[in-house]
Design a protein around this ligand. Structure first.
Ligand SMILES: Cc1cc2nc3c(=O)[nH]c(=O)nc-3n(C[C@H](O)[C@H](O)[C@H](O)COP(=O)(O)OP(=O)(O)OC[C@H]3O[C@@H](n4cnc5c(N)ncnc54)[C@H](O)[C@@H]3O)c2cc1C
Length: 530
């Protein structure tokens, strides 16, 4: 049978588009099939209320690999960076406004502790140095547990990076992976304000107890990116996150890639033990030499492939992957600028243009995790906020604003058989009431809102169990174990089927790394098969 394409990518999330860009650049005839009406997956800009556009899911950038930006010519295709003006950290009556300038930050932390500023600088330097080892692995295939010479070489490379660290830093690196966030925080910081701030950083990337070994891994997520060359920096994409994926799609098309939206892949077609194509929901079949799935591992292996084509133990393992991020996402359309409790007045302050995080003390965040696990809502949630329209006038009418809020922890399945559809508005009202403690006029400004519960994240974006990362970043679900030892190198147990999404190494966030790595694997394999 002749193949319609060299490669089919299931899903036009940013990783699917990244993979398609590299495949197209390598001269492979590539088709991308996206179930939604728009490309981008969790990196999209949409009009969520008439006249108001926003990044409705992911909203800040840091981990997008510079190599991907360069190779896919994203700036030439419309990706523009916007710098946030520091960070406002609010814990009940206290707040910190951090700009990265020593005089400011030392004075801010000095209000809570005489030693924490210096401890933070030492901690950040440690993260930066140890993090180099991790950063170096991002665009490499992780070594396979059952591999050969190349895998040994891969391990040696990782070992060599580690060897470059001092003994103390090797110790610190291993601690970061094996200790709990609470232990790390306890080891480094003194004041309750700073301890809660760091706990809150972990909560943003985790769905785990702060006392769980491995719960400190998100520290790396926060520290290892870079924005416009600034290590550890976070910022915005002008026009929203959708501008990044539009740029990726534009690059891919310029390399001959075909992208179809509203094209739901129903099944991966298997012939003689090999994935040979896909069948769309309408029945159309399209063949290709390689199939790449940008969908998460559970969706890929438990829904798109019939179980008979995969080893039973593998299917069993995949069905037990831990998913779920317990995040609720809200977008607000505002007819004016919210007033900040800590910076009163109606004029714009730099704090409006910063990343704003509102969190309870560490013990309450821990309690919130356990409550959500039992299906209950938090009384005092952690809110991660940006008001991108204060820096980008393309999103809302003049003088109006849009606000992104990521709220944690919210259960995927509420307790006592309660249904999200019955409680969405009530829970959202509670969140807005909570927010009003810190932004006193917020309620009077809201002209529209979009509330995406964890179940909505699954329904809208296809994220199984609402997992924003396609699977938790737990110790046993990263690197050579992500999502499974037999699928960690982007190849899967089904010949011809590859992974290219966040469920693969190095995991979730808008990085482009799994898409890059998956595509490189396919390009090498197809060249061999020619
Ligand atoms: C609410 C939220 C907030 C976040 N905030 C941030 C942030 O601020 N910064 C950050 O770096 N990261 C953030 N993340 C994480 C990050 O956005 C994701 O990890 C990342 O975008 C996932 O990219 P992906 O390409 O791997 O998968 P996805 O974006 O999930 O793309 C997969 C695509 O496959 C499609 N698909 C699935 N099944 C099929 C099928 N059968 N047929 C056709 N198409 C299919 C889906 O529709 C989707 O478009 C956030 C995520 C969410 C949900």
């Amino acid at each position: 049978m002749s193949n319609d394409f060299d490669a089919i990518v299931i899903g036009a999330g940013h990783n699917g588009l990244t993979a398609a860009g590299y495949l197209g650049k390598a001269g492979l005839r590539t088709l991308v099939l996206e179930r939604r009406h728009v490309v981008g997956g969790a990196a999209v800009t949409e009009e969520f209320h008439p006249g108001y556009r926003n990044s409705i899911a992911s909203y800040v950038v840091s981990l997008l690999r510079p190599e991907v930006i360069r190779d896919l010519e994203l700036h030439q295709h419309g990706y523009e960076l916007i710098h946030l003006k520091g960070g406002l950290e609010i814990c009940r009556e206290d707040h910190l406004y951090l700009t990265g300038e020593e005089a400011n930050d030392r004075a801010e932390f000095g209000r809570f502790s005489s030693s924490d500023y210096d401890a933070i600088k030492r901690f950040e330097a440690m993260l930066e140095e140890t993090g180099t080892v991790i950063r170096n692995q991002w665009l490499r295939e992780p070594p396979s547990l059952n591999g050969g010479l190349m895998d040994l070489l891969g391990m040696l490379k990782a070992g060599r990076d580690m060897h470059g660290l001092s003994v103390d830093l090797r110790h610190r690196l291993l601690q970061m992976f094996t200790s709990s966030a609470a232990d790390i925080i306890d080891r480094w910081f003194e004041s309750p304000m700073v301890r809660s701030m760091y706990a809150s950083h972990c909560v943003s990337g985790n769905n785990a107890s702060l006392y769980h070994p491995g719960s400190a891994i998100p520290f790396f997520h926060h520290a290892l990116g870079e924005f416009d060359g600034e290590k550890g920096g976070w910022g915005l994409s002008k026009g929203g996150m959708g501008q990044i994926t539009q740029a990726m799609a534009s690059f891919a098309r310029s390399k001959g890639v075909e992208i179809r939206t509203e094209a739901v892949v129903d099944k991966i077609v298997v012939e003689k033990g090999r994935a040979t194509g896909v069948r769309l929901a309408g029945g159309e079949e399209i063949s290709a030499r390689a199939i790449l799935s940008n969908a998460d591992p559970k969706r890929t292996f438990l829904k798109l492939v019939d179980a008979e084509h995969l080893p039973a133990a593998f299917v069993e393992d995949i069905s037990h992957l831990r998913m779920g991020h317990a995040s609720l996402r809200m977008n607000l359309a505002l007819n004016g600028l919210p007033e900040l409790r800590d910076y009163p007045g109606t004029e714009m302050h730099p704090q409006h243009q910063s990343s704003i995080v509102i969190y309870p003390p560490m013990d309450v965040m821990e309690q919130n995790y356990h409550s959500a696990k039992a299906g209950h809502m938090p009384e005092e949630p952690r809110l991660d906020i940006v008001i991108p329209s204060t820096l980008d006038d393309s999103l809302a009418p003049d003088g109006h604003h849009v606000m992104s809020i990521l709220c944690k922890y919210y259960p995927f399945e509420p307790a006592d058989n309660q249904q999200w559809d019955d409680m969405r508005d009530r829970v959202a009202d509670d969140i807005v009431n909570h927010l009003a403690r810190y932004m006193p006029n917020i309620k009077s400004l809201i002209v529209g809102r979009q509330v995406l519960t964890p179940q909505d994240l699954e329904r809208v974006f296809g994220l199984t169990e609402g997992d924003i990362f396609h699977g938790r970043h737990d110790l046993d679900q990263i690197f050579s174990l992500r999502p499974h030892p037999s699928a960690a190198k982007y190849r899967t147990p089904l010949k011809g089927l590859y992974l290219c999404g966040s469920g693969s190494h190095p995991g979730g966030a808008v990085s482009g790394a799994p898409g890059h790595n998956g595509a490189k694997r396919v390009i090498r394999d197809l060249r061999k098969r020619r």
